[in-house]
Design a protein around this ligand. Structure first.
Ligand code: GLC
Length: 532
């Protein structure tokens, strides 16, 4: 069965502030992205070979949450360029066979969005009900006990209306009231605006939050010692009313129908909830929902062969036959993969991500084994870090891409908005392009292999029994069977293989050829074999 591009392809996330700065102001921009499209895919295996890019927000924004606070959904922030630059980016990407997915932020606008400015101007203006406005409780306390993701309560007071408004993130990000039909119509028009320009899909920011319980009731408290900071109300509550009200599912279907009416588009949802509820975002065969609800579970899975195997098997059993899996190891909100797992695990993580059944999404820099940046307390820019302390800042994973060993890693001529990583002179794109065994070389090999292999792109998955510390599985389509063997342990291991197996590659890119009976694996080594 032939699959859609968003099933067989590899998605690459670009955080535009930190990808490539073309105009020298220290912040990445759309012309910078255009200048690096050939790196992403020039149609040859010299390039990374990704099939789609997802660009984090580039819209006009006061940047309280670095673009996730949108002041105009249908324009480009001058910091990043112009709408013409965007059209050029789209055309140049399409010329290279790269699909373009953009970020849609439906749960909240910026407090500087004209909708909110109007809404806050009085209690009876035409947009008075576009956001969640509530009076204090009779005893003077906040309208409910909900907490913001960035610490503290989810309500801020507005003196003009003498009321509180809801914001599940920064006070500069008021939540939109999707139960108001005008809000829904306006936000669906935003999708139409970009679809008409030719985008290939949307990554939908915290889309599960757009339907809350209509009464906004208090949420039960839980004892969560992992709450990230003293003011972390959010993680000390059971989030049962603040998202995923059953009314969300018909809405997901409506959005899916809209996207599908424009052709082969994709809707990818950012959804952080328990898997049994998460899977409902796929919808049903009659009423399909999102094409791909992002699966973040490997981000929090302990990095052992047993835990990762159990997680993949769980996903394989959870997702309905007509749904399509996907995996993510990294993004602009998380510790960098190499820092989280340790550099020794990075190559196996690449082999895993790019050989599992389902769409892989990479985060820029993952292909270089980039580590967390070094951020001093006075360099914190992220609102989560500003409100919840250095250890909670996401600036670590947002430092600029080091393109070469020149000053600022060749990111741009201006002082970068966040410091380049201290190891940029050795860990950079140019250095890894020149090294045929680099982490980048491994990502390229795997991505190009995936394109040529029906087994990898769309074949069946089957778990293969192994001794502890090893995770092995096959991928199979037609007459092609591939075996993946990953040694997660720090010791050499052996794994049985049939006669006439052939090593396609190993994670250090230094062996190939036939192997029969037993495969010897070095510590942390992964091997991809062809069985037939
Ligand atoms: C999502 C984004 C994150 C942002 C938040 C609020 O989680 O990935 O960066 O801060 O939504 O929009």
């Amino acid at each position: 069965m032939s699959k859609h591009w968003w099933q067989t392809g590899v998605v690459y996330q670009i955080y535009p502030r930190s990808f490539k700065d073309d105009n020298g102001d220290g912040v990445g921009d759309l012309p910078g992205i255009i200048s690096k499209l050939d790196y992403l895919n020039d149609g040859t295996p010299n390039s990374l070979g990704v099939d789609a890019i997802w660009i984090s927000p580039f819209y006009p924004s006061p940047m309280k949450d670095f673009g996730y606070d949108v002041a105009d959904y249908c324009d480009v922030n001058p910091l990043f360029g112009t709408l013409d630059d965007f059209d050029r980016l789209l055309a140049e990407a399409h010329k290279r066979g790269i699909r373009v997915i953009i970020d849609w932020v439906p749960n909240h606008t910026s407090d500087e969005h004209p909708w909110f400015i109007e809404s806050r101007s009085s209690r009876d203006n035409p947009k008075a009900d576009w956001y969640f406005w509530r009076d204090a409780k009779p005893d003077g306390s906040l309208p409910n006990n909900w907490g913001s993701h960035f610490g503290g309560p989810a309500w801020s007071y507005d003196a003009t209306r003498s009321q509180y408004y809801l914001h599940q993130f920064d006070p500069g990000q008021p939540d939109l009231n999707w139960r108001n039909p005008q809000v829904k119509a306006a936000m669906l028009d935003v999708l139409r605006f970009w679809l008409a320009r030719g985008v290939d899909g949307f990554r939908m920011d915290v889309v599960y939050m757009i339907m809350k319980h209509p009464d906004l009731p208090d949420q039960p408290w839980v004892n969560n010692p992992q709450a990230r900071a003293a003011n972390d109300l959010y993680f000390r509550q059971e989030q049962i009313y603040s998202h995923s009200h059953p009314d969300i599912f018909p809405l997901m279907h409506e959005i899916r129908t809209l996207l599908d009416s424009y052709g082969d588009k994709v809707g990818i949802g950012e959804i952080w909830i328990e898997p049994e509820k998460w899977v409902q975002y796929y919808g049903t065969p009659e009423q399909p929902g999102l094409h791909l609800p992002f699966n973040f579970r490997l981000i929090t899975t302990p990095w052992t062969a047993e835990a990762v195997r159990a997680e993949v098997e769980f996903m394989e059993s959870l997702i309905p036959a007509w749904g399509w899996p996907n995996y993510v190891l990294n993004n602009h909100d998380q510790q960098r993969l190499a820092s989280r797992l340790g550099q020794q695990h990075v190559r196996n993580a690449a082999l895993l991500l790019l050989t599992l059944r389902g769409t892989p999404t990479l985060y820029m820099g993952e292909e270089l084994g980039m580590l967390n940046g070094h951020i001093q307390p006075d360099q914190v820019r992220d609102p989560q870090g500003l409100r919840m302390g250095l250890e909670n800042t996401r600036d670590f994973c947002r430092t600029p891409i080091p393109w070469d060993a020149s000053p600022n890693g060749g990111f741009g001529t201006g002082t970068p908005w966040l410091p380049v990583n201290p190891d940029y002179e050795t860990r950079n794109v140019a250095a890894q392009q020149a090294d045929s065994q680099s982490v980048l070389a491994l990502y390229k090999r795997l991505i190009w292999l995936r394109k040529q292999s029906a087994a990898l792109a769309q074949g069946r998955y089957a778990s293969v029994a192994s001794e502890p510390g090893i995770y092995a599985y096959t991928r199979q389509a037609d007459d092609e069977t591939l075996l993946v063997v990953l040694n997660f342990s720090s010791e050499a291991r052996q794994h049985p293989v049939p006669s006439q197996a052939e090593i396609v590659l190993n994670t250090t890119l230094d062996r190939g050829g036939p192997v029969s009976g037993a495969l010897n694996l070095s510590p942390y080594e992964g091997v991809l074999l062809k069985l037939s």
